[in-house]
Write a protein that binds this ligand. Structure first.
Ligand code: MTE
Ligand code: MO
Length: 208
C-alpha cells in the first residue's frame, strides 16, 4: 500500500476529510485583537536572507507592492471550513523575490502581533497560492479577521496563516511555531488530516 496522497491545493466542492461547511465567517484566534497603528507598523524580513540584511516595509510601502488574488478555502483544525473566498494581497513569491532567502534556507517562521508565530516549509511558503492578504472578496479585512495583513496558505490548515502578520524569518532548520509547540501537527496538511503532533511521523518535525 502506498502512502495517502495529499490533494494539495486542488480546488473543488470537496472538503478535506472530517471537515464541514460553515456558513458565514466565524472569528477564531487566541488572545486579543491588536490595535493597528500605521505609523508603528512595519513588515520585516529577517533571518538568513541572501544578502545578510534585514528588509522592511512601512505600511505605505507595503500597500504599494504588486496586488494579486487567490481563491481559497479556510480549513480550521476544529473542523469547520469557510469556502469560496477570494483573497487579495501580495503573493508570498513576490516578497521572496524582493527579499530572497540564502540558498541554505529550508523553513520560514511567520511572525504576527503579540509573538504569535507559525512555521512553514520553504516549499509551503513559495507555493503559488500562498498570499499575504489585505482583502477578502474585494473588501479590506476587518480587525478581527487580521487587518491590516494576514497570511493565507490554501493547502494547509488555517492556523498556518497568522492574522496580524508582521514579518517572516528565514531559517536554516525547522523550529515549531505557537500552535505547533502546543499539540498541533508540524506540517498541517488537511487532506492528510495532519491535525495533531502525536500523528507526526519521523521527519515531519523537530523533536517535541
Ligand atoms: N495571530 C493569529 N492568527 C491566527 C490565529 C491566532 O490565534 N492568532 N488562529 C488561526 C486559526 S486556528 C484560524 S482557524 C484562523 C481563523 O481565521 P478567522 O478568524 O479569520 O476565521 O486564523 C488563524 N490565524
Ligand atoms: Mo483554527
Amino acid at each position: 500500500m502506498g502512502q495517502p496522497e495529499s490533494r494539495g491545493d486542488a480546488l473543488g466542492s470537496q472538503l478535506p476529510p472530517g471537515q464541514r461547511h460553515q456558513r458565514g465567517w466565524p472569528v477564531t484566534h487566541y488572545g486579543p485583537v491588536p490595535k493597528f497603528r500605521p505609523e508603528r507598523w512595519e513588515f520585516r524580513v529577517f533571518g538568513t536572507t541572501a544578502d545578510g540584511d534585514k528588509h522592511r516595509w512601512s505600511h505605505e510601502e507595503f500597500s504599494a507592492l504588486p496586488y494579486g488574488t487567490v481563491e481559497a478555502d479556510l480549513h480550521c483544525v476544529t473542523k469547520f471550513s469557510m469556502t469560496g473566498a477570494e483573497w487579495g494581497g501580495v503573493h508570498a513569491r513576490t516578497l521572496l523575490e524582493l527579499a530572497p532567502p540564502a540558498p541554505s534556507v529550508t523553513h520560514v517562521m511567520v511572525w504576527a502581533e503579540y509573538g504569535f508565530s507559525s512555521n512553514l516549509r520553504l516549499s509551503d511558503f513559495t507555493a503559488e497560492r500562498t498570499i499575504f492578504a489585505t482583502h477578502k472578496d474585494g473588501e479590506l479585512l476587518t480587525a478581527e479577521h487580521g487587518f491590516p495583513l494576514r497570511l493565507v496558505v490554501p493547502h494547509l490548515y488555517a492556523w498556518k496563516g497568522p492574522k496580524w502578520v508582521r514579518g517572516i524569518e528565514y531559517m536554516t532548520a525547522d523550529r515549531r511555531g505557537f500552535w505547533e509547540e502546543r499539540g498541533y501537527h508540524n506540517i498541517g496538511d488537511p487532506w492528510l488530516e495532519q491535525r495533531y503532533s502525536y500523528q507526526e511521523e519521523r521527519g515531519d518535525g523537530p523533536e517535541l
